[in-house]
Design a protein around this ligand. Sequence first.
Ligand code: FES
Length: 70
Amino acid sequence: MQITLRVNGREDRHEVEPRTLLVQFLRERLRLTGTHVGCETSLCGACTVLARVLTRRAALDAIARAKGSR
Ligand code: FES
């Protein structure tokens, strides 16, 4: 699937597998290694990212759920 994301002010289209975790996408595709994986159970907050005005647990969310996020 194709998604368009604006990350740190830059908007790009990406071809992704729908089940790719947001944290995998940020770290591996965009090389944004400030997002970490800790507990993978939504307890530690290491994977927290801001998506619009919401926070998300990037180690738990598929990239498809971030579609259209900034
Ligand atoms: S890895 Fe711990 S909350 Fe995401």
